[in-house]
Ligand binder design. Structure first.
Ligand code: CTP
Length: 408
């Protein structure tokens, strides 16, 4: 969440039970290095106290347009002028209606109307009962505020405080943080369709056993997240890993290398960038038993014969779309020594313009990594950093290469 460091947000709370989530949101924002000025409507103060929000944000909360603490008595002007964005979370159905109409008879709606519209974006995290959310009046108001330039971050679906189940829950604080980070990230990959493989593959020996490896999938998932934040539509074809799907990313779970190849081949038809981070098993058992292989008591161990798996990256890189320049392919190399030498050889062997090398044992399962970018002209190091930071740098690098390749 480095992108949020140093940002100043006005966080507006309107009335709704989701106000309790806004306390956690302020903590997460502060942890990410953002400063937060909380403004609450009278209704919001029925759900959570300004004392809580002041303690968490480290700033006195504003609630009235007649607040005499401001020397010029113009809180609605002063508060919005220094903000990088105004975020309303929760945004109630009533507050949405007020925004849609341009009402301004209390501080929060007044400061939304008075903000410099070109410079200070307005983001909304709605929260309401599912019937209120689905009502044509609410949907009309949403369309109106979007036309007026507000970014609606969406709602969650699930159990609601009223006991009903459906759309209208406020996004969880971590999801709002993800949306904020995406909002502030430059859209270097806007319009791109990015296809990524990640994680290990699992090659079955029988229905309960198989061969796999230690890949955690973290690097591929971080790249998926960074690419989505940079404005791309992202499809993540992942082997079995225990990682949550990054927000806004389409995930297709697969197990074996052959299943991964089949999925990638069809998805690559519409992709413009393919990034292969998966640690695909090089070999699979020549046959997979239909039933569990049992010990027969003789002490004899079964003999396994192996066959080579298809090379997914090489196969995509050799496709007509890649060869004609419609699909830009990036490979990864997990090595244990002589990184540059092996990565350069692998780049040539796989037939890709860019290969990203890393030392496998130094990074498997870790949250950080160091990368070596190898292309036809030479190499460049991305020094050790968190995987999400490296993913961001890699996305920026690929975007620059694409611009160059396309002559833009
Ligand atoms: N890769 C692939 N399909 C395979 C093997 C590898 O798509 N069957 C991709 C990986 O996702 C990675 C690149 O090829 O982008 C290199 O993978 P790596 O395992 O480092 O290399 P290998 O081709 O397996 O070569 P070696 O094991 O000899 O190092």
């Amino acid at each position: 969440m480095q992108i949020l460091a140093g940002k100043h947000l006005v966080l507006g709370l309107s009335g709704g039970i989701a106000c309790y989530k806004s306390a956690e949101l302020v903590r997460l924002l502060a942890k990410a290095g953002a400063s937060v000025q909380v403004v609450m409507t009278e209704a919001a103060e029925q759900f959570i106290t300004p004392v809580t929000m002041q303690a968490l944000s480290g700033r006195a909360v504003y609630g009235s347009q007649w607040d005499a603490r401001e020397a010029n008595n113009m809180a609605h002007i002063n508060l919005s002028r220094e903000a990088d964005a105004v975020l309303i979370a929760p945004c109630s159905a009533d507050f949405l209606a007020r925004l849609a109409q341009g009402r301004c008879d209390e501080l929060l709606s007044l400061l939304c109307l008075a903000r410099p519209i070109e410079r200070v974006p307005l983001l909304l995290a709605p929260a309401m009962n599912r019937e209120m959310w689905a009502h044509p009046a609410t949907q009309r108001n949403l369309a109106q505020v979007a036309r007026d330039g507000a970014a609606v971050l969406g709602v969650g679906c699930g159990e609601q405080a009223c006991g009903e189940t459906g759309d209208g829950r406020m996004l969880e604080p971590a999801e709002i943080m993800e949306e904020l980070a995406a909002f502030f990230t430059p859209k270097l990959l806007a319009g791109e369709q990015v296809l990524i493989t990640a994680g290990p593959t699992f090659e079955a020996i029988d229905p309960v056993r198989g061969i796999t490896n230690l890949s955690s999938g973290k690097m591929g998932f971080a790249i998926a997240r960074a690419a989505r934040q940079a404005g791309a539509e992202v499809t993540l074809v992942s082997g079995p890993v225990h990682l949550p799907t990054p927000r806004g990313v389409r995930r297709i779970p697969v197990d074996s290398a052959r299943k991964m190849l089949e999925t990638v081949t069809s998805q690559a038809q519409k992709a413009s960038i393919f990034i292969a981070t998966a640690a695909v098993a090089d070999w699979r058992p020549a046959s997979s038993a239909e039933h569990k292989i049992k010990k027969d008591g003789s002490g004899q161990v079964p003999t396994l014969a192996f066959v080579e798996n298809p090379d997914i990256l090489a196969s995509v890189a050799a496709s007509a779309r890649a060869q004609s320049g419609q699909l830009y392919c990036v490979g990864f190399a997990a090595e244990s020594e002589n990184l540059l030498e092996h990565a350069a050889a692998k780049r040539a062997r796989k037939g890709v313009p860019l290969l990203v090398g890393n030392i496998g044992p130094d990074t498997f399962g870790q949250d950080d990594n160091a990368l070596l970018l190898v292309d036809a002209g030479g190499h460049r190091e991305l020094p050790r950093a968190s995987k999400i930071e490296l993913a961001r740098q890699l996305v920026a690098d690929i975007a620059a290469r694409l611009r160059h390749t396309r002559g833009a």
